[in-house]
Design a protein around this ligand. Structure first.
Ligand SMILES: [Zn+2]
Length: 190
């Protein structure tokens, strides 16, 4: 299960029977955002509440969300943030999202290749010492000389990379919705 954030002009919500096919619907960009939104919001606060707790409370089954679903595969929706009252809280959350993405952007590693068999060796930058090792595949000596590494790369795992892209996409989306003065809604999605 994921969470789908979207924004529509406030007047669309008054007495709406459906939110399907609303032409002015703004959403975070990117295919992974719905599935990673909850993880992306971990560590973020909205007003005095953890953002994830707010999501769950808004969409819990005992308090049925009051607004229609925005489309197939989505549950009923609830207002997550309403401008202008929630503008400062949402902008602050956008900042938190970008700070988290920066903090978790992954440890950097230097990379070497065995000159005989091409096996790669990646060592976190903080642990790099100028030593020679024996290639575990062919036994050739590989010098871990920082001046001769074949490059630098991030040791970030693919899922965290997705989460960080979702954080940026959500931050851009929250700011854009507030700039337009549109309420931000959320629903569950398959
Ligand atoms: Zn080798």
């Amino acid at each position: 299960m994921g969470f789908r954030f979207f924004a529509v002009p406030g007047h669309v919500l008054a007495g709406a029977q459906t939110l399907e096919g609303v032409p002015e619907l703004l959403e975070p960009e990117g295919p992974d955002v719905r599935m990673t939104a909850e993880r992306a919001l971990q560590g973020c606060e909205f007003r005095d509440m953890r953002a994830r707790d707010r999501l769950r409370a808004l969409l819990s089954s005992d308090v049925a969300p009051p607004l229609p679903s925005p489309g197939p595969g989505c549950g009923r929706s609830a207002i997550f943030a309403q401008p202008p009252a929630d503008l400062p809280a949402l902008l602050r959350m956008a900042d938190q999202l970008e700070r988290l993405a920066q903090q978790e952007s992954g440890e950097r590693a230097l990379v070497w290749k065995c000159s005989q068999c091409g096996t790669r060796y990646a060592v976190p930058v903080a642990l790099v010492r100028r030593v020679a090792i024996r290639c575990e595949r062919c036994g050739e000596t590989v010098e871990l000389n920082p001046a001769r590494s074949t490059g630098e790369e991030s040791l970030l795992d693919p899922f965290l990379g997705q989460v960080n892209r979702a954080r940026h996409a959500l931050a851009v989306f929250f700011r854009e919705a507030m700039a337009r003065g549109w309420p931000v809604l959320v629903c569950t999605t398959d």
